[in-house]
Design a protein around this ligand. Structure first.
Ligand code: ATP
Length: 258
């Protein structure tokens, strides 16, 4: 469904944020992209959603393709019309608008009234609270509720590929668990998901495959189960390992890439 090949991204003509990243997402998958701060995870999503230019970045090489259509150079609105919607990091909802107004803003590009109604029913089934609080100002919702609104708003245009940038950021463990369940449900309903996460435990539970970025390159890729069991991921991202770092035999599961 999505192909990213040898993608290079530069900010301000100086910072090489991505240095030849390749990955693919098949229809129906949840793929997670892991990596420490500054690895290039958000940059990857910005490149796919064509929003790099707003942040002073540009694609300096490589290919982005969605369902056989080249994404490079498309305006962001055309990417959305094509079926890709991004939920940016930090729950950027309209805090002064009501919950309902936020949801309607998510459907602004959908002309078919029935499609809007169907998407709305789906969102309110997934998040009944958004129906109960429809007339309340969105800024009054809790952090977890705002994240649910941000995801619900993105679903209002019925994307085929949902890009999620750190949906668990700053949320309590119980809420993070709920977000994980919701991602699984959204995927079960037929939406493909590319999930950026720092919460490696949640991400590897929800995803079928994972890609680890390190300093703008893919350092490791494999099934979620393989990565959850790999010493490298456990040392670096899960904060525990049965072996001492640098010593003994290190199990190498997944595929290390140069
Ligand atoms: P985090 O988990 O902290 O959000 P990340 O993996 O998402 O990190 P990016 O935000 O994509 O990483 O950043 C990748 C690199 O690009 C970093 O070196 C960062 O400083 C740089 N960068 C990101 N955004 C900009 C920008 N708007 N202008 C200049 N440099 C940027």
């Amino acid at each position: 469904m999505l192909t990213v090949r040898e993608l290079r991204v530069t900010y301000g003509g100086v910072v090489q944020a991505l240095q030849g990243v390749s990955l693919s997402v098949a229809e129906g998958e949840v793929v997670t992209v892991l990596g420490s701060n500054g690895a290039g995870k958000t940059t990857l999503l910005r490149a796919i959603s064509s929003t790099l230019r707003m942040c002073g970045g540009h694609v300096s090489g490589g290919l982005l393709e969605f369902e056989g259509r080249r994404l490079n150079g498309l305006p962001p609105a055309e990417v959305v019309d094509g079926g890709i919607v991004q939920v940016p990091e930090g729950r950027r909802i309209f805090t002064r608008l009501t919950v309902d107004e936020n949801l309607r803003a998510g459907a602004y590009s959908v002309r078919d009234r029935r499609a809007r109604a169907t998407a709305r029913r789906r969102v309110l089934d997934l998040f009944p609270l958004l129906g109960e609080r429809a007339e309340q100002r969105a800024g009054l919702l809790s952090g977890g509720e705002q994240q649910m609104l941000a995801i619900g708003r993105a679903l209002m245009s019925s994307p085929r590929l949902l890009l999620l940038d750190e949906p668990s950021l700053g949320l309590a463990p119980l809420v993070v668990g709920r977000i994980g369940e919701i991602i699984t449900e959204i995927n079960r309903q037929g939406t493909t998901v590319l999930l950026i996460e720092q919460n490696t435990t949640m991400a590897l539970e929800v995803a079928s495959r994972a890609v680890v970025l390190h300093l703008g390159r893919v350092s490791l890729t494999g099934s979620a189960a393989e990565l959850a069991a790999s010493t490298e991921v456990r040392d670096l991202y899960l904060g525990h390992s049965g072996e001492r770092a640098g010593g003994g035999t290190r199990r190498r599961l997944g595929t290390w890439l140069p």
